[in-house]
Design a protein around this ligand. Structure first.
Ligand code: KG4
Ligand code: ZN
Length: 346
């Protein structure tokens, strides 16, 4: 099976070709075109994103096909992100994917963007397959899941307010760093001292019990406010910037690591899979490994190209859905938000 993946949910126009079946899949190509224009505005402007997708979708798909060494006629299926995301942006990839599938007479499958993030690590690591505990951390989502098998997901915890990536981006803004600021905060924090700004760990009572409301839940808006107060209270922000970044990142990482440990240990999982843009954070990956390795739990992180938004993960999730008999009609719609298919409450 040769499948083309298309991803246009936010500010990356991406296409990829995968070949294979089951967990035996080879990535033949992956093209990602990032829309830098949004930097000027300090955030993604939906209308500009849609227009940029329109101008780049054809060359991006062409390039993915040529890098894979194939022609349109060699494709067996098309997978496209249809939710969640910016509706106008999603529509561009979906319309293109639909037209392609219709004109070639091949199946089309709509993919949930977050299910895509769940499959990203499996493209590079043969053992990043269920059962595992997943931590999906992106600009819009923070989800802790127990994954018994592909397609069967139990929601352990989610954020009550800001997503992890959103917290990074807002803190970056407070510190005067460019957008999206996650990686700049991480860079800055490397030179920061850990003891100058010690922010409270959100929702991390040490004596919390499984079954407590906050046992797996996340909340980052209080942490963001604590950073805001530190920034306002600083007599010399240039001198304090790195220490504040360090204090913020330490607090956020502690919370993510501890909750992931709780999820894995209480379900007897020996594998943890990270996904989403914040999974690019190496300090987080190191902290996660330092905590979980001694417990006999292996941590899998995708490389940055696959951790952030990309079409290879969409093709991989689409392949799974097609192999399980799912196919979308030409009436497939775009939705700004929706739950991951197969997700149940804990
Ligand atoms: O998954 P993604 O590419 O897009 C969404 O689906 O949202 O995630 C983007 C997020 C942004 O908030 C960005 O600041 C964050 O990932 N990010 C990072 C790092 N690299 C990207 N956050 C922390 N540390 C990083 N190194
Ligand atoms: Zn994403």
């Amino acid at each position: 099976m040769r499948i083309l993946g298309i991803e246009t949910s936010c500010d990356e126009t991406s296409a990829a070709v995968l070949e294979g079946s089951g967990d035996d899949v080879v990535q033949k190509s992956l093209v990602i075109l990032s829309q830098d224009v949004h930097r000027v505005f300090g955030g993604v402007v939906p209308e500009i994103a849609s227009r940029a997708h329109l101008t780049s979708i054809v060359p991006v798909v062409d390039r993915a096909l040529s890098e894979a060494g194939i022609k349109l006629d060699d494709l067996d299926a098309v997978a496209v992100t249809n939710t969640p995301g910016l509706v106008g942006a999603l529509l561009v990839g979906m319309s293109y994917g639909k037209a392609l599938a219709f004109s070639r007479g091949i199946p089309l499958v709509g993919v949930h963007h977050m299910e895509g993030h769940l499959f990203a690590a499996a493209l590079e690591h043969r053992d990043a397959v269920p059962p595992f505990t997943a931590l999906l951390i992106s600009g819009g989502h923070t989800l802790l899941l127990d994954v018994e098998q592909w397609g069967k997901y139990r929601l352990l915890g989610a954020t009550r307010d800001d997503a992890a990536g959103e917290a990074f981006d807002k803190v970056a803004k407070l510190l005067g760093l460019p957008y999206p600021g996650g990686r700049y905060v991480e860079q800055l924090a490397r030179d920061g001292r850990p003891d100058r700004f010690r922010f409270a760990r959100p929702m991390l009572r040490r004596n919390a019990q499984q079954g407590d409301d906050e046992y797996y839940a996340f909340s980052f808006s209080g942490l963001k406010t604590a950073v805001l107060n530190a920034v306002r209270g600083s007599p010399n922000l240039d001198a304090d910037q790195a220490d504040i970044a360090r204090g913020f990142q330490d607090s956020l990482i502690d919370t993510l690591v501890e909750k992931t440990w709780r999820g894995a240990s209480s379900h007897g999982r020996t594998r943890v899979v990270l996904g989403g843009g914040v999974a690019c954070n190496r300090t987080l990956a190191e902290a996660m490994r330092a905590r979980l390795d001694p417990e006999g739990i292996t941590v899998f992180t995708p490389t940055p190209r696959l951790a952030t938004d990309n079409a290879a993960m969409i093709a991989r999730a689409g392949l799974f859905r097609l192999e399980h008999g799912e196919e979308s009609g030409l009436d497939l719609n775009a939705y700004a938000s929706s739950t991951i298919p197969g997700l149940t409450a804990a």
